[in-house]
Design a protein around this ligand. Structure first.
Ligand code: NAD
Length: 341
């Protein structure tokens, strides 16, 4: 098992990567109240049955204040008080909701996460962003508060639908692309083993990804500059997600390829760098390109909440392993998208 410590002004998290769930739950003090994703609950009901559990309905449409309210009512009925421990169990949906509940119920209750998707383990459970959507706008209401612990139990990934698992690999590739060139070569050599959930490869991949995110969050918890690099591929990815019914990781994969090509067009990343990203995305079975209307893409980017005035602060690559932020005027971006798509 690997332990990684996250230390921030708002709190510290001990992150464990390995197989921990079955023995670990009984060792928690005080006895936890579990907030569990519906699907995860159905797969692992025996493990959770000794504990008080509240079910979080699966599906992004349930990531709402209404769901939070329902959970809080159940907590009141259970007489959960400020000395309690709440543990969110599931993917990014469940941990975002559980973290928000724990940050607001009785003002603050101690909490931890057991992360059950690859995307959750390498991304959503790390860094303290909690929250829910509002009227279809993603993560509009939330807090930044760090969980006391995160368990990335790799054995849970065995029941995750393969498509969801592969979508998580997009974020894994992202960490190599923005911060760790050697990791990209490792991924290229071990992609087939990663796709079959080889234990050693998975442990190395999750540990390295978590370490990259921890390193960035420790330097910039509130996303004033460095943390923005984690949005590589996301500006275009979010624009694709608004238009197409694809998983977040699939949209981010294509978004990364387009952002890499854009970096090349602007004289930054080399052509071989672009090829490496395309190759990795393809090896993972993620979409290198999608049939996109550049005008629709442009209009969706204009709606991005991270746009400021007529500028989009785009995460680009100087070279593999080195990301940077450059403001691009919207009109210029419009022309470039027509050339790229
Ligand atoms: N807080 C952050 O920093 C952050 C970062 C990235 C994404 N997110 C959020 O994460 C959410 C997406 O997370 P996700 O991709 O993990 O999706 P998810 O939590 O919706 O899980 C995907 C699907 O897999 C099922 N599932 C989860 N674990 C399983 C398991 N072990 N076995 C079988 N089925 C399982 C779920 O029921 C769901 O149907 C979004 O709401 C996004 O906004 C948050």
């Amino acid at each position: 098992m690997h332990l990684i410590q996250l230390t921030t002004p708002s709190g510290d998290t001990e992150i464990s990567v390995g197989e921990l769930l079955s023995s670990g739950l009984h060792g928690l003090e005080p006895e936890p109240v579990l907030l569990v994703d519906e699907q995860v609950q159905s797969f692992y009901s025996e493990l959770f049955s000794p504990f008080r559990c509240i079910t979080i309905p699966s599906g992004e449409q349930h990531k709402t204040l209404q769901t939070v309210e329902g959970i809080c009512r159940e907590l009141v009925q259970m007489e959960v008080d400020r000395s309690s421990l709440l543990v969110g169990v599931g993917g990014g949906l469940a941990t975002d909701i559980a973290g928000f509940v724990a940050s607001t119920y009785l003002r603050e209750v101690r909490f931890g996460f057991i992360s059950s998707t690859l995307l959750g383990q390498v991304d959503a459970s790390i860094g303290g962003k909690n929250g829910v959507n509002l009227d279809g706008y993603k993560n509009m209401i939330g807090t930044i508060r760090q969980p006391s612990f995160v368990w990335c139990d790799l054995s849970l990934l065995n029941t995750l639908p393969h498509k969801e698992y592969v979508a998580g690999i997009a974020e894994v590739i992202k960490y190599g692309v923005i911060r760790d060139r050697d990791f990209l070569h490792y991924l290229k050599d071990h992609m087939s083993a990663l796709l079959t959930l080889d234990g050693d490869v998975l442990e190395k991949v999750v540990t390295t990804s978590v370490s990259v995110k921890v390193n960035i969050v420790q330097q910039d918890e509130k996303e004033s500059d460095l943390r923005k690099l984690l949005n590589f591929g996301h500006t275009i990815g979010h624009a694709i997600e608004r238009d197409k019914k694809v998983l977040h990781g699939e949209a981010v994969a294509t978004g990364m390829v387009l952002a890499a090509r854009l970096s090349n067009t602007l004289g930054l990343l080399s052509a071989s760098g672009v090829e490496m990203i395309e190759e990795l995305v393809g090896l993972a079975g993620l979409p290198v390109r999608m049939d996109m209307d550049p005008d629709v893409l442009y209009q969706n980017i204009r709606k991005d909440k991270k746009k400021s005035g007529d500028l989009v602060h785009f995460v680009l690559l100087e070279e593999l392993g080195h990301a940077m932020i450059r403001p691009i005027p919207l009109t210029e971006l419009n022309h470039m998208l027509h050339d790229l798509c």
